[in-house]
Design a binder for this molecule. Structure first.
Ligand SMILES: *[C@@H]1O[C@H](CO)[C@@H](O)[C@H](O)[C@H]1NC(C)=O
Ligand SMILES: *[C@@H]1O[C@H](CO)[C@@H](O)[C@H](O)[C@H]1NC(C)=O
Ligand SMILES: *[C@@H]1O[C@H](CO)[C@@H](O)[C@H](O)[C@H]1NC(C)=O
Ligand SMILES: *[C@@H]1O[C@H](CO)[C@@H](O)[C@H](O)[C@H]1NC(C)=O
Ligand SMILES: *[C@@H]1O[C@H](CO)[C@@H](O)[C@H](O)[C@H]1NC(C)=O
Ligand SMILES: *[C@@H]1O[C@H](CO)[C@@H](O)[C@H](O)[C@H]1NC(C)=O
Ligand SMILES: *[C@@H]1O[C@H](CO)[C@@H](O)[C@H](O)[C@H]1NC(C)=O
Ligand SMILES: *[C@@H]1O[C@H](CO)[C@@H](O)[C@H](O)[C@H]1NC(C)=O
Ligand SMILES: *[C@@H]1O[C@H](CO)[C@@H](O)[C@H](O)[C@H]1NC(C)=O
Ligand SMILES: *[C@@H]1O[C@H](CO)[C@@H](O)[C@H](O)[C@H]1NC(C)=O
Ligand SMILES: *[C@@H]1O[C@H](CO)[C@@H](O)[C@H](O)[C@H]1NC(C)=O
Ligand SMILES: CC(=O)N[C@H]1CO[C@H](CO)[C@@H](O)[C@@H]1O
Ligand SMILES: [Cu+2]
Length: 571
């Protein structure tokens, strides 16, 4: 009874919003949105190609909402590609139906179809984002979500004079879906991107890009809120603004104790809220981003994207010799600097923004995160020694099922997934030792792991040195988790827990697993549903570095998954 009431409310809400669209809400404001997926010509680096966009925009439209609000986004697929959208960092309490990853929580929206996503906000505040979650379409299909404090409450810092959304991205001259297909066919690393981008623009340091360089104007003495998103496909990035100190105040839609830094390291999937005080002489300054490339021998784009911060009242001289300086960056493989940044964030943990870190654990997992080598299916792979590259979690390489896991779970359809994703690695070896290959390819399988409702879960991700050790941005859907500890080498389950921060750890949805190291996360499994977990480096995810958690229902109605929406898509 309670459940059908839910449905009624949902349908009623949509109708109300559809009818009210011209009255209550201005375009781009709270409420109801239509996203048309289409193919749109864009020119970058002097070459034009059609890219997938939402409403013709790249980066895509911004969503604005207050903490605790609800949005409806109707996605109409007017392209020739299957697509789904994911609301990254949105917990979607009890509502995996609108989470988005294809073949995990839904079947793709095929050309000509549409699907209404219901975005339920709970405690997120700050910046999160949305992106496509089917094949590599997120390369161009992504945009920011600004979550403002609830009406009647404010920021835990002085109200900024303005906002500067900065979306870092990656651009290929070739079609990004073809880059993926070529990678999978060849079994090798993907072609590296031709440029990094700031708000869709490579910037002054690339040939044939200068006219479009992103520029923003600031007033001397004022403080701005930079909403930083790393939407890049395969690259962790350092970001900095020349001559300016960055004050990081939030990450992944949760506030932090403010800290100052001259650069940040942001992994794909992460977002940051940063205060930028315009406290320098009236001039113009570069902001820029370049790779943090941790993998030894893994090729990457060794270029720098830039945008311009211009002070009001300053006219830049016409002669090109007066270009501003590029900010200082750690060296591309400076893991020490990357880690020293990653260890700084601590939750604000104030009365208004409390934390609830599980102090005890009743579901404990150790999950190895590996790139692997597997036999070539067609005997002509260009991966290592004629093999193909693969990737795994606890030696299982995730395979997409034919029907999405959520639908199979809800309708009790057998044979779609296995329920025995392991809680411990097998084989056990010196994970970060001098081993390049344990000699066995991972198993292809669709295996899920059940979580008891309301259990306190701890996962220690253990990086391995197989094939090519690298920093892996591990992302969990349906939750934010507390990052209680991290370190280099093999996790020691006796000594390392003594170093855990159980008081004010950062509350993230994506965490960079240190190169040849480990990271420990904790969360309470209070969100029933089917939730994807994967490396946010797109090539690793495509190779199978993923798994699925199914959080069981609780006993009471408010502890169970919502019923499926009426417009559910069938595979
Ligand atoms: C879909 O695309 C076609 C052209 O391919 C266009 O005529 C039509 O207006 C588009 N529909 C929407 C809803 O944008
Ligand atoms: C969306 O799909 C439904 C069928 O699920 C269809 O009835 C409706 O006309 C579609 N709406 C648009 C705007 O394409
Ligand atoms: C916020 O609250 C004020 C009064 O408290 C009200 O006038 C205003 O309409 C509210 N805004 C929203 C978006 O609810
Ligand atoms: C920015 O810093 C550099 C050195 O760090 C300095 O040479 C330059 O003069 C500064 N620019 C301005 C406009 O203050
Ligand atoms: C950050 O630096 C500014 C000066 O640039 C200083 O006023 C502020 O107190 C510092 N904040 C922190 C948290 O260290
Ligand atoms: C990347 O470029 C820097 C100079 O900006 C250079 O020092 C470094 O060797 C390059 N690294 C690679 C792997 O190409
Ligand atoms: C970083 O790369 C340089 C070559 O560009 C190499 O000499 C150095 O050993 C690398 N450092 C680490 C920590 O891998
Ligand atoms: C495992 O999956 C990969 C990628 O989907 C495929 O190429 C390969 O043939 C599969 N291997 C087996 C043994 O099924
Ligand atoms: C694991 O490998 C590392 C690096 O080669 C080495 O220092 C360490 O002693 C090894 N640990 C064990 C238990 O063999
Ligand atoms: C701790 O790790 C050791 C080996 O590293 C293992 O034998 C033991 O089972 C682990 N203990 C727990 C409680 O996981
Ligand atoms: C699109 O999705 C449908 C439904 O799951 C599937 O049958 C079809 O193979 C997909 N098309 C492509 C090109 O992936
Ligand atoms: C390519 C394709 O199937 N396009 C269709 C997308 O949906 C619209 C209706 O919203 C159709 O008119 C297009 O033909
Ligand atoms: Cu990875």
């Amino acid at each position: 009874m309670g459940l059908s009431k839910e449905m009624g409310l949902f349908v009623g809400f949509v109708c109300y919003l559809v009818l009210g669209i011209t009255g209550a809400y201005a375009a781009g404001d709270l409420g109801y949105h239509t996203f048309v997926v289409q193919s749109t010509p864009y020119t970058r680096l002097c070459s034009t190609k059609n890219i997938l966009t939402i409403n013709g925009q790249y980066p895509g439209p911004a969503l604005h909402v207050h903490t605790g609000g609800t949005l409806i986004v109707n996605v109409i697929n007017n392209s020739t590609t299957n697509i789904t959208l994911h609301w990254h960092g949105l917990k979607q309490p009890r509502n995996p139906w609108s989470d988005g990853p294809e073949y995990v929580t839904q079947c793709p929206i095929r050309p000509g179809q549409n699907f209404s996503y219901r975005l339920i906000f709970s405690d997120e505040e700050g910046t999160i984002w949305w992106h496509a979650h089917s094949d590599w379409s997120r390369g161009t299909v992504h945009g920011p979500i600004f979550v403002y404090p609830k009406n009647g409450t404010g920021y835990p810092f002085p109200k900024p004079a303005g906002e500067i959304p900065i979306i870092l991205g990656e651009w290929w001259k070739n079609d990004v879906m073809e880059v993926m297909e070529t990678m999978l066919e060849s079994g090798d690393e993907p072609e590296i991107s031709n440029a990094y981008t700031i708000n869709g623009q490579p910037g002054d340091l690339y040939n044939c890009s200068q006219p479009g360089t992103f520029r923003t104007t600031v007033e001397q003495g004022k403080t701005y809120l930079v909403r930083l998103i790393n939407s890049a496909m395969n690259t962790e990035l350092f970001y900095a603004v020349a001559n300016h100190t960055l004050t990081v105040v939030g990450m992944d839609g949760s506030y932090l104790k403010p800290f100052n830094t001259t650069y940040v390291m942001i992994t794909p999937g992460q977002t940051m809220d940063i205060l930028l005080k315009a406290d320098q002489p009236k001039n113009f300054y570069y902001m820029a981003a370049r790779a943090y490339a941790s993998g030894v021998g893994v090729s990457f784009g060794n270029t720098t994207t830039s945008g311009i911060l211009q002070y009001k009242g300053y006219e830049n001289p016409k002669n090109s010799s007066s270009m501003p300086v590029i900010p200082f960056f750690p060296f591309f493989n400076d893991t020490k600097s990357a880690m020293s940044f990653s260890k700084k964030p601590r939750s604000l943990a104030s009365k208004e923004h409390p934390v609830s870190v599980p102090q005890t654990v009743n579901d404990d997992m150790l999950i190895t995160v590996s790139v692997n080598i597997a036999p070539c299916a067609n005997s002509s792979c260009s991966g290592p020694n004629g093999n193909r590259l693969s990737a795994s979690l606890n030696n299982i390489s995730f395979e997409n099922p034919s029907i999405d896991v959520l639908q199979a779970y809800y309708a009790r359809i057998n044979g779609i997934y296995g329920i025995d994703f392991p809680s411990k690695p097998s084989p056990v070896f010196n994970f970060t030792g001098n081993v390049s290959d344990v000699g066995n390819a991972p198993f292809n399988a669709t295996k899920v792991r059940f979580l008891e409702w309301n259990s306190n879960v701890q996962i220690v991700f253990q990086g391995t040195s197989l094939v090519a050790a690298e920093n892996h941005p591990m992302h969990l859907h349906g939750y934010s988790f507390y990052v209680v500890g991290q370190g280099l080498g093999n996790y020691n389950n006796e000594t390392d827990p003594k170093t855990f921060n159980l008081k004010d750890p950062p509350h993230l949805n994506t965490v960079g697993l240190p190169l040849n190291g480990w990271v420990a996360i904790r969360f309470k499994a209070d969100n029933p549903g089917v939730w994807f977990m994967h490396c946010h480096l797109e090539r690793h995810s495509s190779w199978g570095m993923s798994t699925v958690f199914i959080t069981k229902n609780g006993k009471n109605v408010g502890e169970r998954m919502l019923r499926p929406p009426a417009n559910l898509i069938q595979c």
